[in-house]
Design a protein around this ligand. Structure first.
Ligand code: OGA
Ligand code: NI
Length: 331
C-alpha cells in the first residue's frame, strides 16, 4: 500500500470521536493447550491463529496455564505501585524514552489524570530487575513471576504465528529467544463527567506481539471492515494478544498491526501490556520467503532502537506513525 494512502487511513482512525459499534467484537479464541499437543490438533490451532492474525490482527488465549494468583498478583502489584504517593513515584518519573524504567502520569485537559504508566524492560530479567521499583514490597517478585511466564507464552505464540506464515520452525528462533520484552503497566482513572473518555489514544505497538492482561474491560480495537471501534469483551482468565508493527514488517503486510486504544470506565482499571520482539539493536526484516513479484518488499528494516529514535524525534516535531516511516513507496 502506498504510504500516502496509509496516512489517510491513520488520520481517519485517529480522529478523536469515531463510532463505536453497539456489540462487542467477537474474537477468535485460541486454546493454548492445543498448541502444546502434536500433529493434527496443533496444526489446526496454528491455522486458526493464522486466520485470526489475517482477519483481526488479534485473538484471545484461553487455557494458557498461568495461575490466577500470578495474574492477579501482577495486576495488584501494578495498582499498588500506582497507589503510592506522587513523591515515591517521582523517583521513576522521566520523559527520556530510553530509560529502562520510566513512570509518567498523563493528564488530559490539563487537570484530569487519565492514565499513569510504568514501563520497564523485562528480558533478560536478571539484567533489568534491579532497576525496578523496590516498593511496593513484593513488586519485583510478583511482576517478575508474571513477566517470566508470559514470555514463555509469547515465544510459543511467535513460533506458531511464524509457522502459520509458512516459515520453518527454526526461523528466528534464537533471535526471538534473545529478544526483548517491555512491560507497560497502565493505571486508568475512573471516568468522571467532565473528564475525557479516552485513556490511551489510538496507536499500534512496536514489537512483534503484545500480550495484554487487564483487570476489566476498556480496550477498543479498530475494525477495518466496519470502519468503527469495537469493544473487546471481558472474558475471565483470558489473555488478549495483538500484532505489532514489527510482525507486519516481517510478514510483508500479510498480518497487519492492530490499531487499538483504551477508554475510561466507571471504575479504575489496571492493565499490563507485555511487548515482545527482537533484541534492541537487531533489525527486523521482511521474510524473503514472503516476497515475490506480486508481493514486493513493502517495508524498510528497523530495530527497537530505531523505533526509540523515531518517537523521540516525533515527540519534538510531531508527525506520522512509526510503521508509516517504514513503508516503501511504490507498492
Ligand atoms: C499499551 C496498550 C491497552 C490497555 O499499553 O500499549 O495499548 O488496554 N494498552 O491498557
Ligand atoms: Ni498498545
Amino acid at each position: 500500500m502506498a504510504a500516502a494512502q496509509e496516512m489517510v487511513g491513520l488520520a481517519r482512525i485517529t480522529r478523536p470521536v469515531l463510532q463505536v459499534a453497539a456489540e462487542p467484537v467477537s474474537l477468535p479464541v485460541i486454546d493454548l493447550g492445543q498448541l502444546r499437543k502434536h500433529s493434527r490438533t496443533r496444526s489446526l490451532a496454528i491455522q486458526e491463529i493464522g486466520r485470526a492474525c489475517e482477519r483481526h490482527g488479534c485473538f484471545q488465549v484461553i487455557n494458557h496455564g498461568i495461575h490466577e494468583s500470578v495474574t492477579w498478583g501482577a495486576l495488584e502489584a501494578a495498582s499498588d505501585f500506582f497507589n503510592l504517593s506522587s513523591e515515591e513515584k517521582a523517583e521513576f518519573e522521566s520523559k527520556d524514552l530510553r530509560k529502562p524504567v520510566r513512570y509518567e502520569a498523563v493528564y488530559k485537559n490539563d487537570c484530569h489524570k487519565a492514565r499513569e504508566l510504568l514501563k520497564h524492560y523485562a528480558h533478560p530479567l536478571g539484567e533489568w530487575i534491579h532497576f525496578w521499583p523496590m516498593t511496593p514490597q513484593r513488586y519485583r517478585e510478583r511482576m517478575g513471576r508474571y513477566g517470566r511466564v508470559v514470555r514463555k507464552i509469547a515465544l510459543l505464540l511467535m513460533d506458531s504465528i511464524l509457522e502459520s506464515l509458512g516459515l520453518g520452525p527454526a526461523y528466528l528462533k534464537e533471535k526471538l529467544e534473545e529478544g526483548m520484552q517491555v512491560m507497560v503497566m497502565n493505571g486508568y482513572s475512573e471516568r468522571s463527567r467532565s473528564a475525557p473518555v479516552l485513556g490511551l489514544a489510538p496507536h499500534s505497538d512496536y514489537g512483534c506481539i503484545t500480550i495484554l492482561l487487564q483487570s476489566c474491560k476498556g480496550l477498543h480495537i479498530f475494525d477495518e471492515e466496519s470502519e468503527c471501534w469495537r469493544e473487546v469483551p471481558e472474558v475471565p482468565d483470558t489473555l488478549h494478544v495483538h500484532i505489532g508493527d514489527h510482525l507486519e514488517v516481517m510478514s510483508n503486510g500479510k498480518y497487519k498491526r492492530l490499531v487499538h486504544r483504551a477508554v475510561l470506565n466507571s471504575r479504575t482499571r489496571t492493565s499490563i501490556a507485555s511487548i515482545h520482539g527482537l533484541s534492541m539493536n537487531e533489525k527486523v526484516t521482511t521474510a524473503e520467503e514472503l516476497v515475490d513479484e506480486q508481493h514486493p518488499k513493502g517495508y524498510r528494516d528497523s530495530s527497537f532502537l530505531d523505533f526509540l529514535d523515531f518517537i523521540t524525534s516525533k515527540n519534538k516535531t510531531g508527525g506520522s506513525n512509526f510503521i508509516d516511516s517504514l513503508m516503501l513507496t511504490g507498492n
